[in-house]
Ligand binder design. Structure first.
Ligand code: ZN
Length: 585
């Protein structure tokens, strides 16, 4: 490994004591804010100065946090950074305790504040303050808020119990030898050529969930009851409305995403399943056969330089500015490439307004590594451009739009690989990769969302949720989801207890929207749509300066308009047809 292949965090602090200088300064700022508690709303000047000091404080905190957590993630046993991390975390706690007056103040002084922010000096703050005011409609009296904050720890018990449950799976016997079965190895067995092995792995794995079904029913219904409780006390019409409020998204959007995936276009997923059944030549095609191999995996390796070359070609469609960001990532060393003992697994992009958007990788040189690299570079370019074009308060983008930048890149990469593929087999492989990621995000997540929504609704109506009712519902939904060509295994109803996302309060449909929007954008970019390109690049520069839905509308991908779904699913169908002709013609 050359030194260019780990990240350069000295661009944040080139000496560790600079971290502590910032911490000292941040503490001063917090003191100033706290001391102005009774005077900061006396005049527009005081208020503006309070907001600006608060911005300076969060910038420092974010910078310190990025420095500590990046260091800890590659070197978890280094006490220097563990200490920094604990300083940052306890300081963040101090901030939220000492500044807890702000939310209630904003509610009680709404008229005054709205008058203050009419002035141009508040331009940067207007959007966030209006957002705070909007969300404040559901903030209750100080007394009830205090009571509610006391319930936080109690409300976390269901998900804590879910996380704490560690199942032990019986070993999988293959050719007389025991093999480790757990959530990390399950996928590998589901890709095994032998149907017998796939079935046994699936049944043994989810059999454990069945064994503890009553415990999981309690944790799952607990979290549904929790969400229903907070929605009710905060006077939302439903748990769904409470969750959407955060992004100021209408219930109509949620319904549309689910209708498109679960009804209007579900036949495309069924068609894909039928194709797999035919390709595998199985008479009895079960849901544990969906990952069985029917495409040859090319044994190609990509060095870091080769990956960058490909990425630069893919990205060149966006022009010089974007290309320069990719080059900076390399020359300024934003990326920590290689796996090493103790280093965090997986990959992410992380940075703040005052740091580079760093990338953690566990690069092993296969196609997956290349995909992950271009995905994370998408996030980093988004962060970089948003910081460059937005003020610090408006630069941070939300989950809703976050996955667009990464998924657009990933999809463009697949198209590039397809164009450059030399054999039919290679082509089939790349299309298969694309279809699989589409299925996960555009079909599976909406089914999960519909299931979660039904559980939330039953909880809101105080209907009891037993394991029998939960698994019956999940069975029915899976039958509709997979279609007539797929036989459900008897353990499938219990597989709902495996999925952590049901504990995240309506999170999954946001992935779906990200993928749908991305496919719509890519399908237009590939047709040479210059307006779409311009609008997309503007989206990357807009951070969190508007409601996510408005940002998408301005990027010409209005999520309430049927067109993006039609574009995305039609693109999926085109790819599916291409795979069909590669395999059978
Ligand atoms: Zn991502």
């Amino acid at each position: 490994m050359t030194t260019n292949e780990n990240w350069d965090l000295s661009l944040i602090y080139n000496r560790d004591d600079l971290f502590y200088e910032d911490l000292k300064q941040a503490k001063e700022l917090l003191k100033t804010l706290f001391e102005s508690k009774t005077t900061y709303l006396d005049s527009a000047e005081n208020y503006l100065s309070f907001l600006q000091t608060n911005t300076s404080l969060s910038r420092l905190v974010q910078k310190m946090h990025v420095y500590a957590h990046l260091n800890c993630d590659v070197d978890p046993n280094n006490q220097t950074y563990q200490t920094m991390m604990s300083y940052v975390m306890s300081f963040i706690q101090d901030i939220s305790t000492q500044l807890d007056f702000f939310e209630v103040d904003m509610k009680e002084n709404e008229e005054k504040v709205l008058t203050f922010i009419k002035d141009h000096s508040f331009d940067d703050y207007r959007y966030v303050i209006n957002e705070t005011m909007r969300q404040n409609k559901h903030v209750l009296s100080q007394e009830i808020e205090t009571l509610l904050s006391e319930t936080t720890a109690l409300s976390q018990v269901p998900s804590q119990a879910f996380d704490a449950l560690r199942l032990e799976f019986p070993p999988l016997i293959i050719n007389g030898h025991p093999n480790v079965l757990n959530s990390a190895t399950l996928n590998m067995y589901l890709k095994n050529p032998s149907q017998q092995i796939r079935r046994t792995a699936y049944q043994q794995f989810f059999g454990e969930y069945k064994r503890f079904e009553n415990v999981f029913a309690v944790t799952l219904s607990g979290v549904m009851n929790k969400d229903a409780f907070y929605a009710k006390v905060r006077k939302f019409n439903s748990p769904l409305e409470a969750s959407l409020d955060e992004d100021n998204a209408p219930v109509e959007l949620f319904d549309k995403i689910l209708t498109k995936a679960n009804k209007d276009y579900i036949h495309l997923f069924h068609k894909y399943n039928a194709l797999k059944k035919k390709a595998l030549g199985l008479k009895q095609f079960y849901n544990y056969d969906l990952n069985a191999p029917f495409i040859k995996i090319p044994n190609k390796q990509y060095s870091i330089d080769q990956s960058f070359k490909i990425i630069e070609s893919v990205i060149s469609i966006f022009g010089e500015d974007y290309l320069n960001i990719i080059k900076l990532a390399k020359t300024e060393r934003w990326i920590d490439f290689h796996p090493k003992p103790g280093k965090r697994i997986g990959a992410y992009s992380s940075g703040s307004y005052d740091t580079r958007p760093y990338i953690l990788m566990n690069y092993i040189g296969d196609y997956q590594s290349l995909t992950t690299l271009i995905h994370e570079l998408g996030h980093s370019a988004h962060t970089y451009l948003s910081s460059q074009y937005q003020s610090p308060v408006n630069s941070e983008y939300r989950i809703f739009v976050a996955e667009v930048a990464s998924t657009v890149n990933e999809t463009l990469l697949i198209n590039y690989m397809l164009e450059h593929a030399r054999t039919k087999e290679e082509k089939a492989y790349f299309i298969h990769e694309l279809l699989e990621s589409c299925v996960g995000l555009m079909f599976r997540q909406p089914m999960y969302a519909a299931f979660e929504h039904e559980l939330h609704s039953r909880a809101a109506r105080n209907e009891p949720l037993s394991s029998q009712t939960i698994t019956d519902l999940y069975k029915q939904m899976n039958e509709d989801y997979f279609g007539k060509d797929v036989i459900l295994d008897e353990m499938t109803p219990y597989s709902c207890y495996y999925i952590p996302h049901f504990y995240y309060n309506y999170y999954v449909y946001k992935y779906t929207l990200g993928m749908t929007v991305s496919l719509a954008i890519v399908s237009r970019l590939l047709k040479g749509d210059a307006k779409q390109k311009e609008a997309y690049l503007n989206l990357l520069k807009s951070g969190g300066s508007e409601d996510p839905i408005d940002l998408l509308k301005h990027a010409l991908v209005d999520p309430l308009d049927d067109q993006i779904y039609d574009d995305a699913f039609n693109y999926f169908e085109t790819m599916l047809n291409e795979l069909e002709s590669l395999l059978f013609k």
